[in-house]
Design a protein around this ligand. Structure first.
Ligand code: ATP
Ligand code: ZN
Length: 224
């Protein structure tokens, strides 16, 4: 890999991919995106785009494998909490919040139980893909409950008897409803954001970022 080129990590396929590709296009970054390629080289700027799973993006940027990344705040906060207190770098510079990828991390439980307050969660098992964010919330709220880590299909966990409740991403609430779940407290609100490795000190790369940032603001204003 050529180290002189600015490396940007984006989600390969999923809810953020299309918006990330559109954003790069609006910033004037021309890309030749071939479906199966991990790396796409820009044809008009010294930029390489790495297309990976969104969960890998915070770590790639924290470790300086990529200079920039676009990822949901939910994934970023979870990754930072995971690394907290360890020896690996958990810092990134948040360059900008982006106007896509909005969702919220919320608690939910079987609808037939009806409305519940926080005390109901005492001693319960809560399925989630975000155990660290959930644990922080439970500590903050003084609730003694346990997190059951699931990387997918969290919404079926109560029905499958794997957990009493869930803590999952919601945008419209349709998935919760389809699974007979009632939505409770929001633990975290999230948008996609642009992050930078804090130790980046290559002056050419920093100059390129300085050149792109005003364009990003321009794109955001044009949309408002
Ligand atoms: P990957 O294969 O890259 O790991 P994924 O299945 O983890 O993909 P997606 O479902 O594509 O991820 O979601 C990517 C991000 O989109 C989420 O982390 C979140 O920031 C955002 N997002 C926006 N709305 C929603 C939603 N309703 N449900 C889940 N994620 C959402
Ligand atoms: Zn993911």
């Amino acid at each position: 890999m050529n180290n002189n080129r600015l490396r940007i990590a984006i989600q390969k396929s999923g809810r953020l991919s299309k918006d990330c590709q559109d954003l790069l296009k609006q910033l004037g970054v021309k890309l030749n995106l071939r479906e199966q390629r991990l790396i796409a080289h820009s044809t008009n700027m010294p930029i390489d785009v790495l297309r990976v799973r969104d969960d890998d993006i915070p770590g790639l940027v924290m470790d300086g494998v990529c200079d920039l990344g676009i990822v949901g705040e939910n994934v970023l906060v979870e990754a930072q909490a995971e690394r907290a207190g360890g020896t690996q770098n958990a810092d990134v510079i948040k360059l900008s919040k982006l106007d896509f990828g909005y969702c919220r991390l919320a608690l939910a439980w079987p609808q037939e139980l009806g409305p519940q307050d926080k005390s109901w969660f005492e001693g319960k098992r809560i399925a989630t893909t975000y155990p660290e964010i959930l644990k922080q919330y439970l500590e903050r709220e003084n609730i003694n409950a346990s997190a059951v880590m699931l990387t997918g299909s969290v919404e079926v966990a109560p029905r499958a008897g794997l957990a009493d409740a869930i803590c999952d991403l919601v945008s419209t609430g349709a998935t919760l409803e389809a699974n007979g779940l009632m939505q409770g407290d929001t633990i975290l609100e999230s948008n996609a954001c642009l992050i930078q490795n804090p130790n980046l000190n290559d002056s050419d790369k920093l100059a390129l970022i300085d050149k792109l940032m005003p364009r990003l603001k321009g794109v955001r204003q044009a949309k408002e």
